[in-house]
Design a binder for this molecule. Sequence first.
Ligand code: PLP
Length: 359
Amino acid sequence: MSRRNPANRQHYPFNLANPEREVKLLSGKKLDRSEHSLLGIHLVTYRDIEAAAARLQGQANLTPVITSRTVNDRTRSQVFFKCENFQRTGSFKFRGAYSALSNLSPAQRQCGVVTYSSGNHAQAIALSGKLLGIPTAIVMPQDAPLVKQEATRGYGAEIIFYDRASGQREDLCRQLAQERGAVIIPPFDHVDVIAGQGTAAQELIQAVGAIDLLLVCCGGGGLLSGCAIAADALSPGCRVIGVEPEAGDDMTRSFQTRTLQSVSHPKTIADGARTLRPGELTLPLVLRYVQDMVTVSDQALLRSMFFLWERMKLIVEPTGALATAALLEGIVSAPDRRIGVIISGGNADIQQLAHLRAS
Ligand SMILES: Cc1ncc(COP(=O)(O)O)c(C=O)c1O
């Protein structure tokens, strides 16, 4: 189904139940089978996704699934777009954030939550905190776009700035959490976050029935691993492919080498996928449940965003168009098959888009 040479496939660690298969972390440490289970393989299951879905009931939008004859003709397949650009706060991130915050104990809720993000996770945590009456603080770089600062503050979160040049945001976050007794909810490497993100694919498959292929946008891998667990449970035999920007291919290389690989300062318009490395929970889950990873160029992303905009009337941000681009650009194809595509977010800077379109 994908262009990747099938001969390579045999090297992929599909079956982590095989004790010979192992994952090497950045530190060089190899994880054996029991450690996999500690790091997520058995920590996040379809039951967690069902539990997250119950917590999200009545809070998250049941986002639409859209089809397009033009896309079906062009790809010679039947394509179902799950439109998380219509989710609350404009991206799927609300699912994971609300799933995590709503699972905190009363004592944890009182002390509040801190996180680090300048993007969609920040807004999702801020709104979830507001809905649940939990104080939230977001560590953001001083130069985060004003619109994102305002949106986050608008949902009632406290913003704490750090200097990109001198500060490590994770360290500052840890320090704050210690001072306040607050809980850190990271953007992707968290059981309840991953389970919440998985509800996007759960809803898609519940709406359209079994699918043969699922394409998912990937940054740190929270959305991808959650959706892959859901697909495995609800549509057995469905192949799941994660899509990253070319410049931010840390998960793709980690997948290919079964070793945690990082990138430094990826330059891509897909700002939600500028993560430096996969998570220690998400990587083993991706190795277990995902069948392939592919990358797309920024030019391909732009073409796909404009296609979604002009032909399907959907405003999608660059990161949100990753999975669509892999399909529309023919990087992945599956003729005569039923394909699910997650459109993960719509928080695009319209002025920037118009400018790019004109040029
Ligand atoms: C719109 C959008 N899509 C995809 C992603 C990637 O999500 P994950 O880090 O769970 O892989 C992000 C992350 O910020 C995002 O904002």
